[in-house]
Design a protein around this ligand. Structure first.
Ligand code: HEM
Length: 489
Protein backbone atom coordinates (compact mmCIF):
# COMPACT_ATOMS: atom_id res chain seq x y z
CA UNK A 1 0.00 0.00 0.00
CA UNK A 2 2.80 2.37 0.88
CA UNK A 3 4.52 1.58 -2.42
CA UNK A 4 1.42 2.17 -4.50
CA UNK A 5 0.70 5.37 -2.58
CA UNK A 6 4.21 6.64 -3.35
CA UNK A 7 3.93 5.59 -6.97
CA UNK A 8 0.57 7.40 -7.26
CA UNK A 9 2.10 10.53 -5.69
CA UNK A 10 4.96 10.47 -8.16
CA UNK A 11 2.59 10.06 -11.09
CA UNK A 12 0.10 12.75 -10.10
CA UNK A 13 2.72 15.25 -8.86
CA UNK A 14 0.03 16.72 -6.64
CA UNK A 15 -2.43 17.33 -9.48
CA UNK A 16 -6.00 16.45 -8.48
CA UNK A 17 -8.30 14.12 -10.39
CA UNK A 18 -11.16 15.92 -12.14
CA UNK A 19 -14.24 16.48 -9.98
CA UNK A 20 -17.15 14.06 -9.99
CA UNK A 21 -19.73 12.30 -7.84
CA UNK A 22 -18.35 10.72 -4.69
CA UNK A 23 -17.56 7.02 -5.20
CA UNK A 24 -18.66 4.21 -2.87
CA UNK A 25 -16.01 1.89 -1.45
CA UNK A 26 -15.07 -0.93 -3.89
CA UNK A 27 -17.94 -0.43 -6.38
CA UNK A 28 -17.09 3.23 -6.94
CA UNK A 29 -19.71 5.02 -9.07
CA UNK A 30 -21.23 1.80 -10.39
CA UNK A 31 -24.78 2.96 -9.71
CA UNK A 32 -24.30 6.57 -10.78
CA UNK A 33 -24.56 5.79 -14.49
CA UNK A 34 -28.01 4.53 -15.45
CA UNK A 35 -28.48 2.04 -18.28
CA UNK A 36 -31.33 3.99 -19.78
CA UNK A 37 -30.25 7.16 -21.63
CA UNK A 38 -27.05 7.64 -19.59
CA UNK A 39 -26.26 10.75 -21.67
CA UNK A 40 -28.94 12.67 -19.76
CA UNK A 41 -27.30 11.85 -16.43
CA UNK A 42 -23.89 12.69 -17.91
CA UNK A 43 -25.22 16.11 -18.92
CA UNK A 44 -26.44 16.63 -15.34
CA UNK A 45 -22.93 15.73 -14.09
CA UNK A 46 -21.40 18.23 -16.52
CA UNK A 47 -23.74 20.94 -15.27
CA UNK A 48 -22.76 20.15 -11.70
CA UNK A 49 -19.03 19.38 -11.93
CA UNK A 50 -17.80 20.97 -15.17
CA UNK A 51 -16.61 19.95 -18.62
CA UNK A 52 -14.56 16.97 -17.41
CA UNK A 53 -16.19 14.65 -14.87
CA UNK A 54 -14.34 11.81 -13.18
CA UNK A 55 -15.92 8.55 -12.08
CA UNK A 56 -14.54 5.17 -11.24
CA UNK A 57 -16.24 1.82 -11.44
CA UNK A 58 -14.63 -1.07 -9.55
CA UNK A 59 -11.34 0.80 -9.67
CA UNK A 60 -11.51 1.58 -13.40
CA UNK A 61 -11.28 5.33 -14.16
CA UNK A 62 -13.78 6.97 -16.52
CA UNK A 63 -14.07 10.57 -17.65
CA UNK A 64 -17.08 12.17 -19.23
CA UNK A 65 -16.31 15.05 -21.55
CA UNK A 66 -19.18 17.52 -21.67
CA UNK A 67 -17.70 20.30 -23.80
CA UNK A 68 -16.94 20.14 -27.54
CA UNK A 69 -13.71 22.16 -27.19
CA UNK A 70 -12.38 19.80 -24.53
CA UNK A 71 -13.39 16.81 -26.69
CA UNK A 72 -11.51 18.39 -29.55
CA UNK A 73 -8.41 18.89 -27.41
CA UNK A 74 -8.39 15.48 -25.79
CA UNK A 75 -9.72 13.23 -28.55
CA UNK A 76 -8.57 15.02 -31.71
CA UNK A 77 -5.39 16.94 -30.86
CA UNK A 78 -4.13 14.37 -28.38
CA UNK A 79 -5.41 11.42 -30.34
CA UNK A 80 -2.04 9.62 -30.15
CA UNK A 81 -2.76 9.16 -26.44
CA UNK A 82 -6.53 8.62 -26.60
CA UNK A 83 -7.03 6.26 -29.55
CA UNK A 84 -7.10 3.07 -27.49
CA UNK A 85 -10.32 1.21 -26.60
CA UNK A 86 -11.36 -0.06 -23.17
CA UNK A 87 -10.78 -3.82 -22.75
CA UNK A 88 -13.86 -5.88 -22.24
CA UNK A 89 -14.30 -9.67 -21.88
CA UNK A 90 -17.61 -9.45 -23.76
CA UNK A 91 -15.75 -8.63 -26.97
CA UNK A 92 -14.07 -12.03 -27.04
CA UNK A 93 -16.98 -13.94 -25.52
CA UNK A 94 -19.38 -12.60 -28.17
CA UNK A 95 -16.97 -13.03 -31.08
CA UNK A 96 -16.77 -9.30 -31.73
CA UNK A 97 -13.02 -9.26 -32.33
CA UNK A 98 -14.04 -9.56 -35.99
CA UNK A 99 -15.13 -5.93 -35.66
CA UNK A 100 -12.04 -3.73 -35.64
CA UNK A 101 -13.94 -0.86 -34.01
CA UNK A 102 -13.36 -2.63 -30.70
CA UNK A 103 -9.71 -3.59 -31.20
CA UNK A 104 -7.06 -2.01 -28.96
CA UNK A 105 -4.87 0.64 -30.55
CA UNK A 106 -1.84 -1.06 -32.07
CA UNK A 107 -0.41 -2.74 -35.15
CA UNK A 108 -3.28 -5.24 -35.70
CA UNK A 109 -5.88 -2.44 -35.55
CA UNK A 110 -3.69 -0.22 -37.80
CA UNK A 111 -3.56 -2.94 -40.50
CA UNK A 112 -7.33 -3.14 -40.53
CA UNK A 113 -7.83 0.59 -40.50
CA UNK A 114 -5.40 1.10 -43.41
CA UNK A 115 -7.04 -1.63 -45.48
CA UNK A 116 -10.51 -0.30 -44.76
CA UNK A 117 -9.54 3.28 -45.62
CA UNK A 118 -8.11 2.11 -48.93
CA UNK A 119 -11.67 1.10 -49.92
CA UNK A 120 -13.68 3.85 -48.25
CA UNK A 121 -11.63 7.06 -48.53
CA UNK A 122 -13.27 10.05 -50.24
CA UNK A 123 -11.25 9.46 -53.41
CA UNK A 124 -12.88 6.07 -54.11
CA UNK A 125 -16.42 6.59 -52.83
CA UNK A 126 -17.60 7.67 -56.30
CA UNK A 127 -17.25 3.98 -57.34
CA UNK A 128 -20.14 3.07 -55.07
CA UNK A 129 -22.55 5.88 -55.89
CA UNK A 130 -24.30 4.04 -58.70
CA UNK A 131 -24.92 1.08 -56.36
CA UNK A 132 -26.28 3.47 -53.72
CA UNK A 133 -28.54 5.05 -56.35
CA UNK A 134 -29.84 1.69 -57.60
CA UNK A 135 -30.42 0.72 -53.97
CA UNK A 136 -32.48 3.88 -53.45
CA UNK A 137 -34.60 3.07 -56.52
CA UNK A 138 -35.23 -0.45 -55.24
CA UNK A 139 -36.09 1.09 -51.89
CA UNK A 140 -38.80 3.22 -53.56
CA UNK A 141 -40.19 0.14 -55.28
CA UNK A 142 -40.28 -1.77 -52.01
CA UNK A 143 -42.05 1.13 -50.28
CA UNK A 144 -44.60 1.19 -53.06
CA UNK A 145 -45.33 -2.52 -52.83
CA UNK A 146 -45.21 -2.79 -49.05
CA UNK A 147 -45.61 0.58 -47.31
CA UNK A 148 -46.59 -1.31 -44.15
CA UNK A 149 -43.19 -2.91 -43.86
CA UNK A 150 -41.21 0.33 -43.83
CA UNK A 151 -38.73 -0.73 -41.23
CA UNK A 152 -37.95 -3.91 -43.15
CA UNK A 153 -37.64 -1.88 -46.35
CA UNK A 154 -35.07 0.44 -44.77
CA UNK A 155 -32.81 -2.31 -43.42
CA UNK A 156 -33.22 -4.42 -46.54
CA UNK A 157 -31.98 -1.46 -48.61
CA UNK A 158 -28.91 -0.61 -46.57
CA UNK A 159 -27.89 -4.22 -46.08
CA UNK A 160 -28.30 -5.20 -49.72
CA UNK A 161 -26.31 -2.15 -50.89
CA UNK A 162 -23.38 -2.94 -48.62
CA UNK A 163 -23.48 -6.67 -49.47
CA UNK A 164 -23.24 -5.74 -53.14
CA UNK A 165 -20.32 -3.37 -52.55
CA UNK A 166 -18.40 -5.67 -50.26
CA UNK A 167 -19.11 -9.16 -51.60
CA UNK A 168 -20.61 -8.43 -55.03
CA UNK A 169 -23.77 -10.20 -53.87
CA UNK A 170 -27.04 -9.36 -55.62
CA UNK A 171 -29.72 -9.73 -53.00
CA UNK A 172 -33.00 -10.22 -54.78
CA UNK A 173 -35.51 -10.23 -51.95
CA UNK A 174 -35.82 -10.28 -48.18
CA UNK A 175 -35.80 -14.10 -48.08
CA UNK A 176 -32.18 -14.29 -49.30
CA UNK A 177 -30.27 -16.45 -46.80
CA UNK A 178 -27.18 -14.21 -47.06
CA UNK A 179 -29.22 -11.31 -45.84
CA UNK A 180 -30.31 -13.43 -42.89
CA UNK A 181 -26.64 -14.05 -42.02
CA UNK A 182 -25.94 -10.30 -41.96
CA UNK A 183 -29.14 -9.55 -40.04
CA UNK A 184 -28.39 -12.17 -37.39
CA UNK A 185 -24.95 -10.66 -36.74
CA UNK A 186 -26.40 -7.14 -36.57
CA UNK A 187 -29.11 -8.26 -34.19
CA UNK A 188 -26.46 -9.82 -31.96
CA UNK A 189 -24.46 -6.60 -31.89
CA UNK A 190 -27.37 -4.73 -30.38
CA UNK A 191 -28.05 -7.61 -27.99
CA UNK A 192 -24.43 -8.12 -26.95
CA UNK A 193 -23.31 -4.48 -26.74
CA UNK A 194 -20.57 -4.23 -24.10
CA UNK A 195 -21.60 -2.35 -20.99
CA UNK A 196 -24.49 -4.50 -19.89
CA UNK A 197 -23.16 -7.79 -18.61
CA UNK A 198 -22.19 -8.70 -15.08
CA UNK A 199 -19.21 -10.62 -16.50
CA UNK A 200 -17.63 -7.29 -17.47
CA UNK A 201 -17.40 -6.35 -13.82
CA UNK A 202 -16.83 -9.82 -12.41
CA UNK A 203 -14.64 -11.62 -14.99
CA UNK A 204 -14.71 -14.95 -13.10
CA UNK A 205 -18.35 -15.30 -14.24
CA UNK A 206 -17.11 -16.36 -17.67
CA UNK A 207 -16.23 -19.73 -16.14
CA UNK A 208 -19.74 -20.30 -14.80
CA UNK A 209 -21.59 -22.77 -17.08
CA UNK A 210 -24.64 -21.55 -19.03
CA UNK A 211 -27.02 -23.90 -17.17
CA UNK A 212 -26.13 -22.26 -13.82
CA UNK A 213 -28.94 -19.99 -12.55
CA UNK A 214 -28.22 -16.40 -13.59
CA UNK A 215 -25.63 -17.37 -16.20
CA UNK A 216 -28.05 -17.15 -19.14
CA UNK A 217 -25.84 -14.41 -20.59
CA UNK A 218 -23.44 -17.20 -21.66
CA UNK A 219 -26.03 -18.44 -24.12
CA UNK A 220 -26.65 -14.94 -25.47
CA UNK A 221 -22.94 -14.34 -26.00
CA UNK A 222 -22.42 -17.79 -27.55
CA UNK A 223 -25.19 -17.07 -30.07
CA UNK A 224 -23.53 -13.79 -30.94
CA UNK A 225 -20.25 -15.62 -31.46
CA UNK A 226 -21.87 -18.03 -33.92
CA UNK A 227 -23.57 -15.18 -35.81
CA UNK A 228 -20.30 -13.26 -36.12
CA UNK A 229 -18.46 -16.41 -37.19
CA UNK A 230 -21.02 -17.08 -39.94
CA UNK A 231 -20.90 -13.53 -41.21
CA UNK A 232 -17.12 -13.60 -41.25
CA UNK A 233 -16.73 -16.97 -42.97
CA UNK A 234 -19.82 -17.93 -44.96
CA UNK A 235 -20.10 -14.84 -47.16
CA UNK A 236 -16.36 -14.67 -47.67
CA UNK A 237 -16.30 -18.35 -48.62
CA UNK A 238 -18.77 -17.69 -51.42
CA UNK A 239 -16.64 -14.93 -52.93
CA UNK A 240 -13.40 -16.85 -52.44
CA UNK A 241 -14.76 -19.91 -54.28
CA UNK A 242 -15.88 -17.67 -57.14
CA UNK A 243 -12.51 -15.93 -57.15
CA UNK A 244 -10.59 -19.23 -57.23
CA UNK A 245 -12.74 -20.28 -60.21
CA UNK A 246 -11.40 -17.19 -61.98
CA UNK A 247 -14.70 -15.32 -61.74
CA UNK A 248 -13.94 -11.72 -60.85
CA UNK A 249 -16.88 -9.97 -59.23
CA UNK A 250 -16.11 -6.28 -58.84
CA UNK A 251 -16.31 -5.81 -55.10
CA UNK A 252 -14.16 -4.91 -52.09
CA UNK A 253 -13.41 -8.54 -51.16
CA UNK A 254 -12.33 -9.48 -54.70
CA UNK A 255 -10.17 -6.34 -55.00
CA UNK A 256 -8.45 -7.23 -51.77
CA UNK A 257 -7.89 -10.80 -52.94
CA UNK A 258 -6.34 -9.52 -56.17
CA UNK A 259 -3.99 -7.24 -54.26
CA UNK A 260 -3.09 -9.99 -51.80
CA UNK A 261 -2.41 -12.46 -54.61
CA UNK A 262 0.40 -10.31 -55.87
CA UNK A 263 2.15 -11.82 -52.87
CA UNK A 264 0.69 -15.08 -51.53
CA UNK A 265 -2.27 -14.89 -49.23
CA UNK A 266 -1.16 -15.46 -45.65
CA UNK A 267 -3.54 -16.43 -42.85
CA UNK A 268 -3.31 -12.93 -41.37
CA UNK A 269 -4.03 -11.26 -44.70
CA UNK A 270 -7.09 -13.42 -45.20
CA UNK A 271 -8.26 -12.57 -41.69
CA UNK A 272 -7.90 -8.84 -42.41
CA UNK A 273 -9.91 -9.16 -45.64
CA UNK A 274 -12.66 -11.05 -43.83
CA UNK A 275 -12.75 -8.50 -41.01
CA UNK A 276 -12.89 -5.51 -43.37
CA UNK A 277 -15.94 -7.02 -45.04
CA UNK A 278 -17.57 -7.76 -41.68
CA UNK A 279 -17.11 -4.24 -40.32
CA UNK A 280 -18.43 -2.66 -43.51
CA UNK A 281 -21.63 -4.68 -43.06
CA UNK A 282 -21.84 -4.25 -39.29
CA UNK A 283 -20.79 -0.60 -39.23
CA UNK A 284 -23.03 0.69 -41.95
CA UNK A 285 -26.50 -0.83 -42.03
CA UNK A 286 -27.83 0.04 -38.56
CA UNK A 287 -26.23 3.47 -38.23
CA UNK A 288 -27.61 4.80 -41.51
CA UNK A 289 -30.80 2.76 -41.04
CA UNK A 290 -31.59 4.33 -37.67
CA UNK A 291 -30.96 7.81 -39.09
CA UNK A 292 -33.36 7.15 -41.96
CA UNK A 293 -35.98 5.87 -39.52
CA UNK A 294 -35.61 9.07 -37.48
CA UNK A 295 -35.87 11.13 -40.66
CA UNK A 296 -39.17 9.44 -41.59
CA UNK A 297 -40.54 10.16 -38.15
CA UNK A 298 -39.46 13.80 -38.41
CA UNK A 299 -41.24 14.15 -41.76
CA UNK A 300 -44.47 12.86 -40.23
CA UNK A 301 -44.13 15.27 -37.31
CA UNK A 302 -43.00 18.31 -39.32
CA UNK A 303 -45.11 18.44 -42.51
CA UNK A 304 -43.95 21.96 -43.34
CA UNK A 305 -40.33 20.80 -43.54
CA UNK A 306 -41.45 18.03 -45.85
CA UNK A 307 -43.36 20.43 -48.12
CA UNK A 308 -40.40 22.79 -48.33
CA UNK A 309 -38.08 19.93 -49.26
CA UNK A 310 -40.49 18.73 -51.92
CA UNK A 311 -40.73 22.24 -53.36
CA UNK A 312 -36.95 22.28 -53.67
CA UNK A 313 -36.97 18.87 -55.33
CA UNK A 314 -39.69 19.96 -57.74
CA UNK A 315 -37.65 22.98 -58.73
CA UNK A 316 -34.23 21.34 -59.04
CA UNK A 317 -35.07 17.79 -60.15
CA UNK A 318 -38.51 18.23 -61.73
CA UNK A 319 -41.16 15.63 -62.48
CA UNK A 320 -39.39 13.57 -65.16
CA UNK A 321 -36.61 11.90 -63.25
CA UNK A 322 -35.41 10.86 -59.81
CA UNK A 323 -32.79 12.78 -57.80
CA UNK A 324 -29.13 11.96 -58.28
CA UNK A 325 -25.99 12.56 -56.21
CA UNK A 326 -24.98 15.16 -58.77
CA UNK A 327 -27.96 17.30 -57.65
CA UNK A 328 -26.44 17.62 -54.21
CA UNK A 329 -24.98 21.12 -54.66
CA UNK A 330 -28.38 22.48 -55.72
CA UNK A 331 -30.37 20.66 -53.03
CA UNK A 332 -29.31 22.81 -50.08
CA UNK A 333 -32.46 22.16 -48.05
CA UNK A 334 -32.13 18.37 -48.49
CA UNK A 335 -28.51 18.59 -47.29
CA UNK A 336 -29.70 20.58 -44.28
CA UNK A 337 -32.29 17.85 -43.59
CA UNK A 338 -29.53 15.21 -43.63
CA UNK A 339 -27.56 17.24 -41.05
CA UNK A 340 -30.65 17.85 -38.93
CA UNK A 341 -31.65 14.16 -38.99
CA UNK A 342 -28.15 13.23 -37.77
CA UNK A 343 -28.31 15.90 -35.05
CA UNK A 344 -31.90 15.40 -33.94
CA UNK A 345 -31.52 11.67 -33.41
CA UNK A 346 -27.90 10.96 -32.52
CA UNK A 347 -27.39 7.31 -33.37
CA UNK A 348 -24.46 6.83 -30.99
CA UNK A 349 -25.19 9.44 -28.29
CA UNK A 350 -21.86 8.89 -26.54
CA UNK A 351 -19.91 7.62 -29.52
CA UNK A 352 -17.70 4.60 -28.90
CA UNK A 353 -15.52 5.00 -25.78
CA UNK A 354 -11.81 5.71 -26.16
CA UNK A 355 -9.07 4.93 -23.62
CA UNK A 356 -5.92 6.78 -22.65
CA UNK A 357 -2.55 5.11 -23.14
CA UNK A 358 -0.30 7.25 -20.89
CA UNK A 359 -0.86 9.52 -17.88
CA UNK A 360 -1.95 12.97 -19.02
CA UNK A 361 -2.99 16.37 -17.70
CA UNK A 362 -6.06 18.34 -18.71
CA UNK A 363 -6.94 21.81 -17.44
CA UNK A 364 -4.70 21.18 -14.41
CA UNK A 365 -6.31 17.79 -13.63
CA UNK A 366 -4.50 14.46 -13.64
CA UNK A 367 -5.86 11.88 -16.13
CA UNK A 368 -4.46 8.43 -15.33
CA UNK A 369 -3.40 6.02 -18.10
CA UNK A 370 -6.12 3.47 -18.87
CA UNK A 371 -8.92 6.02 -18.35
CA UNK A 372 -12.04 5.39 -20.43
CA UNK A 373 -13.02 8.62 -22.20
CA UNK A 374 -16.65 9.19 -23.18
CA UNK A 375 -17.70 12.32 -25.06
CA UNK A 376 -21.32 13.31 -24.57
CA UNK A 377 -21.96 13.95 -28.25
CA UNK A 378 -25.71 13.98 -27.69
CA UNK A 379 -25.26 16.97 -25.34
CA UNK A 380 -23.04 18.81 -27.86
CA UNK A 381 -25.77 18.40 -30.47
CA UNK A 382 -28.63 19.43 -28.18
CA UNK A 383 -26.90 22.42 -26.66
CA UNK A 384 -29.35 25.37 -26.73
CA UNK A 385 -26.40 27.79 -27.03
CA UNK A 386 -25.46 26.18 -30.34
CA UNK A 387 -28.95 25.23 -31.57
CA UNK A 388 -32.03 27.23 -30.68
CA UNK A 389 -34.88 24.92 -29.56
CA UNK A 390 -32.62 21.90 -29.96
CA UNK A 391 -35.43 19.34 -29.69
CA UNK A 392 -37.24 20.76 -32.72
CA UNK A 393 -36.53 19.40 -36.18
CA UNK A 394 -35.55 22.61 -37.96
CA UNK A 395 -33.20 22.23 -40.97
CA UNK A 396 -33.27 26.01 -41.55
CA UNK A 397 -30.82 26.37 -38.65
CA UNK A 398 -28.05 25.21 -41.01
CA UNK A 399 -28.87 27.59 -43.86
CA UNK A 400 -27.75 31.14 -44.47
CA UNK A 401 -27.84 33.18 -47.70
CA UNK A 402 -29.01 30.19 -49.68
CA UNK A 403 -26.15 27.92 -48.63
CA UNK A 404 -25.02 25.80 -45.68
CA UNK A 405 -23.90 28.18 -42.93
CA UNK A 406 -20.31 27.33 -41.92
CA UNK A 407 -20.76 29.15 -38.61
CA UNK A 408 -23.30 26.69 -37.23
CA UNK A 409 -21.87 23.76 -35.26
CA UNK A 410 -21.73 20.92 -37.79
CA UNK A 411 -23.11 17.65 -36.34
CA UNK A 412 -20.83 15.64 -38.60
CA UNK A 413 -17.82 17.09 -36.75
CA UNK A 414 -18.90 15.16 -33.64
CA UNK A 415 -21.24 12.32 -34.36
CA UNK A 416 -18.70 10.34 -36.35
CA UNK A 417 -16.29 10.33 -33.41
CA UNK A 418 -12.76 11.61 -33.02
CA UNK A 419 -9.09 11.51 -33.88
CA UNK A 420 -7.46 8.35 -35.20
CA UNK A 421 -10.62 6.37 -34.46
CA UNK A 422 -13.01 8.71 -36.32
CA UNK A 423 -15.58 6.75 -38.34
CA UNK A 424 -13.88 5.83 -41.62
CA UNK A 425 -17.28 5.11 -43.19
CA UNK A 426 -18.49 8.71 -42.92
CA UNK A 427 -17.76 9.61 -46.56
CA UNK A 428 -19.91 6.67 -47.60
CA UNK A 429 -22.71 7.32 -45.08
CA UNK A 430 -23.56 10.91 -46.06
CA UNK A 431 -24.22 10.32 -49.79
CA UNK A 432 -26.13 7.19 -48.86
CA UNK A 433 -28.47 9.17 -46.60
CA UNK A 434 -28.70 11.98 -49.13
CA UNK A 435 -29.85 9.79 -52.03
CA UNK A 436 -32.39 7.86 -49.98
CA UNK A 437 -33.86 10.97 -48.35
CA UNK A 438 -34.06 12.93 -51.61
CA UNK A 439 -35.57 9.97 -53.51
CA UNK A 440 -38.15 9.16 -50.85
CA UNK A 441 -39.33 12.76 -50.57
CA UNK A 442 -39.49 13.18 -54.32
CA UNK A 443 -41.93 10.32 -54.67
CA UNK A 444 -43.85 9.89 -51.41
CA UNK A 445 -45.64 11.91 -48.76
CA UNK A 446 -45.02 10.80 -45.20
CA UNK A 447 -47.75 11.54 -42.69
CA UNK A 448 -49.01 10.55 -39.27
CA UNK A 449 -51.05 7.37 -38.98
CA UNK A 450 -54.84 7.77 -38.86
CA UNK A 451 -57.16 6.26 -36.31
CA UNK A 452 -60.33 4.36 -37.20
CA UNK A 453 -62.19 7.65 -37.67
CA UNK A 454 -59.58 8.99 -40.06
CA UNK A 455 -58.02 11.40 -37.55
CA UNK A 456 -54.23 11.66 -37.28
CA UNK A 457 -52.85 9.88 -34.23
CA UNK A 458 -50.54 12.15 -32.34
CA UNK A 459 -47.06 10.77 -31.68
CA UNK A 460 -44.15 12.31 -29.84
CA UNK A 461 -40.51 11.83 -30.60
CA UNK A 462 -38.75 9.89 -27.87
CA UNK A 463 -35.14 9.29 -28.54
CA UNK A 464 -35.22 5.79 -27.15
CA UNK A 465 -37.97 3.58 -25.88
CA UNK A 466 -35.88 1.95 -23.23
CA UNK A 467 -35.67 -1.25 -25.17
CA UNK A 468 -32.28 -1.17 -26.78
CA UNK A 469 -29.01 -0.92 -25.07
CA UNK A 470 -27.37 1.65 -27.25
CA UNK A 471 -30.12 4.21 -27.54
CA UNK A 472 -31.38 3.38 -31.00
CA UNK A 473 -34.94 3.80 -32.12
CA UNK A 474 -36.74 0.52 -32.54
CA UNK A 475 -40.30 1.70 -32.77
CA UNK A 476 -42.32 3.84 -35.08
CA UNK A 477 -43.07 1.08 -37.57
CA UNK A 478 -46.68 2.03 -37.32
CA UNK A 479 -46.13 5.61 -38.40
CA UNK A 480 -44.92 4.33 -41.71
CA UNK A 481 -48.32 2.91 -42.51
CA UNK A 482 -49.15 6.22 -44.03
CA UNK A 483 -46.66 6.72 -46.73
CA UNK A 484 -48.60 7.77 -49.77
CA UNK A 485 -47.57 8.13 -53.34
CA UNK A 486 -46.87 11.71 -54.27
CA UNK A 487 -48.39 13.15 -57.37
CA UNK A 488 -45.59 14.93 -59.10
CA UNK A 489 -46.29 18.09 -61.03
C1 HEM B 1 -24.86 7.64 -39.85
C2 HEM B 1 -23.92 6.77 -40.04
C3 HEM B 1 -22.76 6.48 -39.10
C4 HEM B 1 -22.50 6.97 -37.84
C5 HEM B 1 -23.31 7.94 -37.03
C6 HEM B 1 -21.25 6.36 -37.41
C7 HEM B 1 -20.64 6.64 -36.21
C8 HEM B 1 -19.44 6.07 -35.80
C9 HEM B 1 -18.77 6.39 -34.55
C10 HEM B 1 -19.26 7.39 -33.51
C11 HEM B 1 -17.66 5.64 -34.49
C12 HEM B 1 -16.62 5.63 -33.36
C13 HEM B 1 -15.58 6.71 -33.60
C14 HEM B 1 -14.66 6.92 -32.41
O1 HEM B 1 -14.22 5.95 -31.83
O2 HEM B 1 -14.41 8.08 -32.04
C15 HEM B 1 -17.60 4.83 -35.68
C16 HEM B 1 -16.60 3.93 -35.97
C17 HEM B 1 -16.56 3.17 -37.12
N1 HEM B 1 -17.46 3.22 -38.17
FE1 HEM B 1 -19.07 4.43 -38.33
N2 HEM B 1 -20.79 5.54 -38.39
C18 HEM B 1 -21.68 5.57 -39.45
C19 HEM B 1 -21.59 4.89 -40.64
C20 HEM B 1 -20.60 4.00 -40.95
C21 HEM B 1 -20.49 3.31 -42.21
C22 HEM B 1 -21.43 3.51 -43.39
C23 HEM B 1 -19.39 2.50 -42.12
C24 HEM B 1 -18.81 1.57 -43.14
C25 HEM B 1 -18.99 1.64 -44.44
C26 HEM B 1 -18.79 2.70 -40.81
C27 HEM B 1 -17.65 2.09 -40.35
C28 HEM B 1 -17.04 2.34 -39.13
C29 HEM B 1 -15.80 1.71 -38.69
C30 HEM B 1 -14.97 0.71 -39.49
C31 HEM B 1 -15.51 2.21 -37.42
C32 HEM B 1 -14.35 1.82 -36.50
C33 HEM B 1 -13.21 2.83 -36.55
C34 HEM B 1 -12.05 2.48 -35.62
O3 HEM B 1 -12.27 1.99 -34.50
O4 HEM B 1 -10.90 2.72 -36.02
N3 HEM B 1 -19.56 3.62 -40.13
N4 HEM B 1 -18.70 5.13 -36.48
Amino acid sequence: HVRSFLEWRTRTRGRPLPPGPRPWPIIGNLFDLPRFKPWHKCLAFTEKYGSVVYLQVLGKPIIIVGDPDVANELLNRRSANTADRPRNPVVELSGQEVNFAVLPYGEWWRRHRRAFWHHFNPGVISRYLSIQREGAHKFLASVLTSPYGMKTNIYFTFQSVILKIVYGIDVVDASDSRLAIASAALECISQATPGHFAVELLPFLRHVPAWFPGAGFQKELAMSKIANYRLKNDLFHEIKVAFDRGEHRPCVAANMLVRAQESTLSFDEEEVIKHICVIAVEGSADTTGHTLEAFCLAMALYPNVQKKAQAELDQVVGPDRLPDHTDSNSLVYINAIVKEALRWHVVLPQGIPHRTIEDDELNGYFIPRGTTVMANVWAFLHDPQAYENPFDFFPERFIRDGGIDPNVRDPTDFMFGFGRRICPGRHFAIPSLFINIASLLHVFDISLPLDDNGHPISIEYQESHGLTRSGHIHMYCYIFDFLTERTLL
